[in-house]
Design a protein around this ligand. Structure first.
Ligand SMILES: [Zn+2]
Length: 152
């Protein structure tokens, strides 16, 4: 856990760190460190913005054939940060707003929420996997195909 107090201090806050593991449910395990390069800017009282980039490699399982599948996420961060007290009264149409208590801002929780958003909803070992429902059967058929090629 890394706690920042966004109500005080000087801005922008430069962030450059790596995470060895994460607590995001239902996604793969990190195969290398998740790296984060970003900055938190203060726009006005109770309104902050984080921009930067996030990158990591995960080992997951193909939803179709259950094969080990490597997932790379490499994405920009561009998020508005507001105090969680405003969550229910906020009527602005921001694309992406992260709500947290600004005095005890949990940086890792913020990053984990970003990872959960960026991470693909569907994990496939390759883009055609769902269109090939029986990969083992196809492999088994390969020798026959070769013999047929010889005959022809
Ligand atoms: Zn697959």
């Amino acid at each position: 856990m890394k706690i920042l107090n966004l109500n005080e201090g000087s801005f922008p806050i430069k962030l450059s760190f790596e995470l060895e593991n994460h607590n995001v449910p239902n996604i793969g395990k990190l195969t290398n460190n998740l790296s984060v390069e970003a900055q938190i800017l203060k726009i006005s009282k109770n309104l902050y913005k984080c921009d930067g980039s996030i990158e990591g490699n995960f080992l997951d399982t193909c939803q179709n054939c259950l094969k080990d599948t490597e997932i790379n996420i490499s994405n920009t961060i561009n998020v508005t940060i507001k105090d969680s007290a405003e969550m229910h009264t906020d009527s602005s149409d921001q694309d992406q707003t992260h709500y947290q208590e600004l005095e005890y801002f949990d940086l890792y929780r913020f990053i984990e929420e970003e990872v959960a958003i960026i991470y693909p909803d569907i994990v496939k070992c390759n883009k055609d996997c769902l269109e090939e429902p029986h990969p083992e059967e196809q492999e088994k058929n390969l020798p026959f195909k070769k013999i047929r090629d010889l005959i022809e």
